[in-house]
Design a protein around this ligand. Structure first.
Ligand SMILES: O=C1C[C@@](O)(C(=O)O)C[C@@H](O)[C@@H]1O
Length: 257
């Protein structure tokens, strides 16, 4: 590796050092539901919150998105918050035209209210770069992500996608894939470890989804995944386990290393 590894520090949280950080998604459809979830999360054992804005009923109205974000922030003022619009192609709830997607992400990155944004690798390089540039102007780290809800790509392909995310300026490089077998879970973890050892200068976030993949959500400290998603009330993807159990498992593994 030529360059040095750089963790990502958001608010007080250091992502890329020690045990994986715990992230919980907010998946409310209405502002009231989001307020209720945010209030509930005030007492949950988490490090980071992700707002999955594709679940929000008014996601196509930027002003309403901003207003809902302020309501969330009223309950969670100091927790690092990831702003994520997950597209339908990659497991999200609703469609959005690419120009609107770019505008939404650029606008929220500039809002001063989000700590990280999630941008999908496959929206097109120029769109990724346009959002990354804007976010970086506002000192907001970007997670470049890719999801396969049907299958797990081969190890070399997983590494290629993570490397591409790094080349495009991602501050965190994320890949989620669905296993069809235990071998797929191993491929995902093997790719993560190789990426971390040989190529990554930025933290990785990887997961093998659903029941078979749960081990990958626990073992990140050993194999190189720096953040893991757990569920509070409702999961945003298959395989997320309750946060308190997640933290116990992470601590158990951390204490042996
Ligand atoms: O990318 C991810 C990971 C995820 O899909 C998971 O499998 O935990 C959950 C999503 O909310 C998040 O944006």
């Amino acid at each position: 590796m030529t360059n040095e590894f750089k963790p990502v520090i958001v608010k007080h949280v250091v992502i890329g050092e020690g045990a994986p950080k715990v992230c919980v998604p907010l998946v409310g459809r209405t502002t009231e539901q989001l307020q209720e979830e945010a209030r509930f999360l005030q007492t949950a054992d988490l490090d980071v919150v992700e707002w999955r804005v594709d679940f929000f009923e008014h996601v196509h109205h930027i002003e309403r998105v901003r207003a809902a974000l302020l309501e969330i922030r009223a309950y969670l003022p100091s927790v690092p918050l990831i702003f994520t619009f997950r597209t339908k192609q990659e497991g999200g709830e609703t469609d959005m035209a690419i120009d609107e997607y770019v505008q939404l992400n650029q606008s929220l990155a500039a809002s001063g209210q989000v700590d990280m944004i999630d941008v999908e690798l496959f929206i097109g390089d120029e769109h990724v770069r346009a959002i990354v540039d804007k976010a970086h102007q506002h000192h907001v780290p970007v997670i470049i992500s890719n999801h396969d809800f049907a299958a797990t790509p081969p190890k070399e392909e997983i590494i290629a996608r993570l490397r591409k995310s790094q080349e495009l300026g991602g501050d965190l490089l994320k890949l989620a894939a669905m296993p069809q077998s235990p071998a797929d879970v191993l491929a995902l973890m093997d790719a993560t470890y190789t990426m971390k050892e040989q190529y990554a200068t930025r933290p990785l976030i990887t997961m093998s989804m659903a029941g078979q993949g749960v081990i990958s959500r626990l073992a990140g400290e050993l194999f190189g995944s720096a953040l893991t998603f757990g569920a509070a009330k409702r999961a945003s993807a298959p395989g997320q386990i309750p946060v308190s159990e997640l933290r116990n498992a992470l601590n158990l593994l951390h204490n042996q290393l």
